[in-house]
Structures are given as structure tokens and as C-alpha cells.
Design a protein around this ligand. Structure first.
Ligand SMILES: *Cc1c(COP(=O)(O)O)cnc(C)c1O
Length: 223
């Protein structure tokens, strides 16, 4: 099933879009099945879970961290993480930078923006992002590299609302590119779209889509 699901989704994605298979809560055997079907990029939202899966699975997997990251958990993922999608504060970025320095790494990160109507979702607004990017502290950070933006749309059937939010994230990306990352080719990623809304996100310019349940089935949080 996982293989068929992956093939179905891949067939709908343009070549410019990368599929992050969101495997949170799923057993290693499910990830192995996706791996055997050619999937190499996995997304997780708990640091210890990601570390344990990293240790159990092949070395050529790229691990993307997509959830709210607590500063005391950073150390578990910094040695191997490929991309952190969810930088939602200056403090977090500074802490990632500090830990990455200990490992002599430059860790790729995305700035997460709050684009949904729901209050519950994490993320920066434009004022906070500018404060971060203008700060002396940011200019001193040698061990993080900002590669783009991430956002989560409101959980709703209202397609027009979701589309509006994705358009907003794309505008944020373009503004930051012009104002802060002009001529810096690494700043190219727009991470948006999940199982229910990734086709809209692709239409609105996503370069990374984060798809979980459409690949692995519904999550059961009670087990
Ligand atoms: C769980 C999660 C996803 C995937 O959700 P699905 O609806 O299962 O595709 C994507 N992004 C983030 C940040 C998530 O936490």
C-alpha cells in the first residue's frame, strides 16, 4: 500500500517539487517499506523519535525536522538532520547555530511563518522575521543557513482560504528573497502543503510538500 500511495503522489508532482514523506508516529517497518519504494526524504516532528529512526534505518536517508523544536532537544538531531523546516523564533535559530558549531556543521533551516487563521499554529510574522534577519546576532551565525520558508494553512474545507494562505507564504518568500537573500541561490525553498492540500500548494509554488497520511495511512495517537 505504501509503495502504491507513494507512486500515486509522485505521479502528480512536477519535477520542481520534492516530496517529504511525513512518517511521525509510524513504525520503522513502514519507513523501510517507503525506503524500499525509493523514498529517501522523511519528515518527523519529535526529536527523540527522529534520532531513534535515524539509528535504525539506512544512512542515505535525509531527515527533515518539521515540528516545533524545543531548545533542549536540539542536540539529539543536529549531528544528522538535513533540513529544519520549523525555525519559529530567533532564540531557536541561535540555539541551533550554537549546537551546529559544536559539530562543525552548517545546518540548513527554513523560517516558519504563521499563515493560518488558527492561533494554535507556530510561526513568525513578517515583523519578527525582519527583526531576526536584521539582528547583529543573526549576522554572526556561521553554522546555520536559511534556505527558505515554511507554513501550514488553516485546517478547513474552504479551498479559497487555503489558497490565499499559500499565496501569502509565496509573497513572504519573494519579499525576503528581494530584501535579504538577493543573489543567494540557497534561498529557494517554499515548504507548504500536506495530505489534504498539497495539490493547491503545488499550484501556488511549493518546492517541498510534506505528506503523511496519504502515504502511510491515518495516524493513531493512542498506541
Ligand atoms: C503531520 C504534519 C504533516 C503531514 O500531515 P498529513 O496531513 O498527514 O499529510 C505536514 N506538516 C507538518 C508540520 C506536520 O506536523
Amino acid at each position: 500500500m505504501i509503495k502504491e500511495n507513494l507512486e500515486k503522489i509522485r505521479a502528480t508532482l512536477p519535477e520542481t517539487v520534492t516530496l517529504v514523506a511525513v512518517s511521525k508516529t509510524k513504525p520503522v517497518s513502514d519507513l523501510q517499506e517507503a525506503y524500499d519504494a525509493g523514498q529517501r526524504i522523511f519528515g518527523e516532528n519529535h526529536a527523540l523519535e527522529m534520532r531513534d529512526k535515524h539509528e535504525a534505518l539506512p544512512n542515505d536517508i535525509q531527515w527533515h525536522f518539521i515540528g516545533h523544536l524545543q531548545t533542549n532537544k536540539i542536540k539529539y538531531i543536529i549531528p544528522f538532520v538535513t533540513l529544519i523546516h520549523s525555525i519559529d523564533s530567533a532564540n531557536l535559530l541561535e540555539a541551533v547555530n550554537k549546537e551546529a558549531a559544536k559539530h562543525n556543521r552548517v545546518v540548513d533551516c527554513l523560517l516558519q511563518f504563521h499563515i493560518a487563521q488558527e492561533e494554535t499554529k507556530f510561526g513568525l510574522d513578517m515583523t519578527e522575521a525582519r527583526q531576526l534577519l536584521d539582528s547583529e546576532a543573526f549576522k554572526q551565525m556561521q553554522n546555520v543557513r536559511i534556505c527558505g520558508v515554511m507554513g501550514m494553512a488553516t485546517f478547513t474545507d474552504d479551498e479559497a482560504e487555503v489558497r490565499k494562505e499559500f499565496k501569502h507564504l509565496k509573497e513572504i518568500f519573494e519579499t525576503l528573497k528581494t530584501d535579504y537573500f538577493d543573489g543567494q541561490p540557497q534561498f529557494k525553498e517554499i515548504s507548504m502543503g500536506m495530505s489534504e492540500d498539497y495539490p493547491i500548494a503545488v499550484e501556488e509554488g511549493a518546492t517541498l510538500v510534506r505528506v503523511g497520511s496519504k502515504i502511510f495511512g491515518a495516524r493513531n495517537y493512542n498506541v
